[in-house]
Write a protein that binds this ligand. Structure first.
Ligand SMILES: C[S@@+](CC[C@H](N)C(=O)[O-])C[C@H]1O[C@@H](n2cnc3c(N)ncnc32)[C@H](O)[C@@H]1O
Length: 221
């Protein structure tokens, strides 16, 4: 009973997140351009490491598509049809072997276990309603020798900055759909994924997480 209420609440929240990104799709690229200096080189470096069969979660308007190496097969997923429609318009700039863009939710993927060599995310787990559930799915579809490269912004551990992020979070969520005060390292660990490396890229707010598949017995709730 409690579980079904929680699933219903999650569905409702996911619908809200989807609608927010559908609305944001109109101006997302212009807004993203404000952070281009900080993000685009990092997105390029992230995606260049992709190998084999790749899943990009929250592919958005396709900002990373042009950076992928030529020998990868990419499946890009997003919950927002309007963000995806923009990515589809950019599909011609993808130089890899094969590109599939799908409307899908990282919290409940209809994709087989152990099917991806690399999983990429860039600024996505701030928006996923239940990030631990999303990371569990990521763990499930990652191959045992695969790797996840996650470029994510998180709550700062500096007391003043972290508190300010907590205060501003409800406003940012309402406007942008992104939580700015998540403890993503803790969420990764809770999901059962193995956190192999956590690197600060800008202060202690923008981070690169390298993850590998965790033990099977920790995948199931
Ligand atoms: C801040 S945007 C980042 C887009 C892109 N990765 C980039 O760097 O430009 C976050 C994206 O994650 C998507 N998203 C949010 N929750 C999701 C979920 N549960 N499953 C899949 N995609 C999701 C949103 O629709 C949005 O396109």
């Amino acid at each position: 009973m409690k579980r079904s209420i929680m699933l219903k609440a999650n569905e409702l929240m996911e619908d809200i997140a989807k609608k927010r990104y559908d609305r944001n799709a109109l101006f997302f690229d212009r807004m993203d351009a404000l952070f281009r200096g900080m993000l685009s080189d990092r997105k390029r470096a992230l995606v260049k490491e992709a190998k084999g069969r790749v899943l990009e979660v929250g592919v958005g308007t396709g900002a990373t598509l042009e950076y992928y190496p030529e020998d990868v097969e990419l499946v890009g997923i997003d919950i927002s049809p309007k963000m995806l429609a923009r990515a589809k318009k950019r599909a011609h700039i993808f130089r890899g072997k094969k590109l599939t863009l799908l409307e899908a939710d990282i919290q409940a993927l209809e994709l087989p276990d152990n099917s991806f060599d690399t999983i990429i995310t860039s600024c996505v787990f701030c928006s996923v309603t239940d990030p631990v559930r999303g990371f569990r799915e990521l763990n499930r579809v990652l191959k045992p020798d695969g790797s996840g490269l996650l470029l994510e912004h998180v709550r700062s551990c500096r007391p003043g900055v972290g508190k300010l992020m907590d205060v501003l979070n409800p406003i940012v969520v309402r406007m942008m759909g992104a939580n700015i005060n998540r403890n993503t390292a803790a969420n990764i660990r809770e999901s059962g994924l193995t956190l192999a490396e956590e690197q600060n890229l800008w202060l202690d707010i923008l981070k690169l997480f390298r993850v590998t598949k965790g033990k099977e017995d920790r995948i199931c709730p």
